[in-house]
Design a protein around this ligand. Structure first.
Ligand code: PAF
Length: 281
């Protein structure tokens, strides 16, 4: 497995490749990332993974500085997973001049949910992903469903800029108690870690209630928020949406997604569950 740090080396290494499968990451890799790399292997070759903690997508006071940088351990996991090339640039390599041209994703996709709580975040994500796509020129790119709103933003980026890239969604991997795997889980203290499965449980309860025919979505989400608040969480949002658009659900919604973001102590966790509503909903 090659590990490259400059855009010039990357371009040279991939010059002849037309079937690249790409997994963009910020490193501190866990089994969820490994499953994305395994997914990428089913879709193309060579498999390229980027590791870059992108300052553009972190707001003031967020965890850019303390985000774990674990390149050696990450490379060992990627090599074992069958990755062919790791691109690990530093900030000066990705942003040799201040990035004054940026991608501004549609407000309809980013004005609420995480977009409302992290202003500028999706612009930072879309901008770095477009840059990475231009450098790697993949045929396929794999993104985890754990960042559901991000996945929809990237799909729209590819569609509206006519990028010849197939976007593949990788399923969320979970710990045995249901907690979605995330690099940020490492911030949790022991008792916070035990409590943290409550977020997934709250979302799963909403799915079960909807599937059982409960129509009062607002009441369900409000109940989940109250329950989490009582458990010591600070909830940013719990919402049920149309899975294709993230708009309000309608009787025509073929798939739904329940999404949540909440703080356990100083750690902000996000999760979601997408599902096909049963006939009675
Ligand atoms: O999902 C992530 O890890 C990041 O948002 C991404 C897509 C690598 C862009 O920095």
């Amino acid at each position: 497995m090659q590990v490259l740090h400059t855009a010039a080396e990357l371009r040279a290494a991939l010059a002849e490749q037309t079937g690249t499968a790409f997994v963009p990451t910020m490193g501190n890799l866990h089994a969820g990332h490994v499953s994305l790399v395994e997914r990428a292997r089913q879709h193309g070759s060579p498999v390229v993974t980027s590791i870059f903690v992108n300052p553009l997508q972190f707001g003031v006071g967020e965890d850019f500085e303390r985000y774990p940088r674990t390149l050696d351990a990450d490379c060992a996991k990627l090599e074992a997973a069958g990755c062919d090339l790791v691109f690990a640039p530093d900030v000066a390599e990705m942003y040799p001049v201040p990035q004054s041209f940026t991608v501004q994703p549609s407000a309809s996709l980013t004005q609420d949910l995480d977009g409302a709580f992290r202003p500028g975040h999706f612009s930072g994500v879309a901008t770095v992903v477009l840059k990475l796509f231009n450098l790697v020129q993949p045929r396929v790119a794999v993104f985890g469903k754990k960042d559901y709103q991000q996945l929809l933003v990237i799909r729209e980026l590819v569609r509206q800029f006519n990028l010849p890239i197939e976007i593949v969604a990788g399923d969320t991997l979970r710990e045995p108690d249901g907690l979605a795997m995330s690099s940020r889980n490492g911030y949790l203290g022991t008792s916070e870690r035990i409590q943290s499965a409550q977020l997934h449980q709250a979302l799963a309860d909403i799915v079960a209630a909807v599937q059982a025919g409960e129509h009062d979505v607002e009441a369900l989400c409000a109940k989940a928020r109250r329950h989490l608040n009582m458990g010591g969480w600070r909830v940013d949002y719990i919402a049920l949406r149309d899975a294709a658009t993230l708009g309000t659900t309608t009787s025509d919604s073929a798939r739904l997604v329940v999404l949540g973001a909440a703080w356990m102590g100083k750690t902000r966790l996000i999760d979601n569950l997408d599902f096909t509503p049963s006939a009675q909903t």
